[in-house]
Design a protein. Structure first.
Length: 271
């Protein structure tokens, strides 16, 4: 018997990286999965985004555990498309119990030369990682209440949600602001949904070994980016499963009294 048997997890940004890792680990512990990803590039983001084939591979890995997986291509900035993805997944899998607002992007300022470029990157960073999180919370709010069986929501934050981490560029400033902003959303929705036994938390990882930071455009490859992540513990980068294990705790019955928390998983970076 798995600790998540009978539960359904709705995960954004599930095409690869942390989202895929979360989907597979939760499936290994018994959850069925609604896996959502944009499956297309965003023009301001300098590296390739996950593809529909990547999302299909996530589904294959989930199904290899013996659990079911429904996949949907949707942009978290589009609340209507996100709601349709949730509704289709719920209809097929029987509801929703776990929500991981995980979709994210990471810009670099290396090719930012105009104010218009800065504004566009700010818009996309905040759109994906703050508006997208709000949209995710909003579409799951009523289903979680109506089901009457409680639930757990975890938002993917960042070390950038614990300290000032921006180079002044639009994309990085948007990232920094969004990761701080989701803490406020989590605390507000934790108060709003607590009476329905729905818990809302944020996990704040340091750099995770995924394509988002392992690409030639990543600000983490610069000296300033590395200096911003000076760690207390002898940890270089987290593996995606390190974050997944923390999330597994937060969505499990072991964390039944934990809500409104911003939990660092960052080897002491914020110290």
């Amino acid at each position: 018997m798995g600790q998540l048997d009978g539960k359904v997890a709705f995960i954004t940004g599930a095409g690869r990286g942390q989202g895929r890792s979360h989907a597979v680990l939760l499936a290994e512990h018994g959850a069925d999965v609604i896996a959502v990803d944009i499956g297309a590039d965003i023009p301001t983001v300098p590296y390739p985004m996950a593809t529909p084939d990547d999302l299909a591979e996530t589904a294959r890995l989930v199904e290899a555990t013996g659990r079911r997986c429904v996949t949907e291509l949707a942009d978290v900035r589009d609340i209507t498309a996100l709601n349709k993805a949730l509704e289709r997944g719920m209809a097929e899998l029987g509801g929703v119990d776990i929500v991981l607002a995980n979709a994210g992007v990471l810009h670099s300022d290396r090719t930012e030369t105009t104010l218009e470029q800065a504004a566009a990157r700010w818009d996309d960073a905040v759109g994906v990682m703050l508006t997208g999180v709000y949209n995710t919370l909003k579409v799951v709010q009523q289903p979680l209440i109506d089901q009457g069986r409680g639930g757990a929501i975890v938002i993917t934050g960042s070390t950038a949600g614990l300290k000032g981490m921006t180079d002044g560029s639009g994309g990085m400033s948007g990232y920094n602001a969004a990761k701080h902003g989701v803490v406020g959303l989590a605390k507000g929705f934790a108060r709003l949904l607590g009476q329905h036994n729905v818990r809302v938390n944020v996990v704040h990882p340091t750099a995770v070994d995924t394509f988002m930071i392992n690409n030639p455009h990543s600000p983490m490859t610069s000296a300033s980016g590395a200096a911003a992540l000076a760690r207390v513990l002898p940890v270089d980068r987290l593996q995606p499963v390190d974050v997944s294990r923390t999330i597994l705790f937060l969505v499990s019955d072991a964390a039944y009294a934990v809500t409104g928390v911003a939990l660092p998983v960052e080897a002491g970076v914020s110290l």
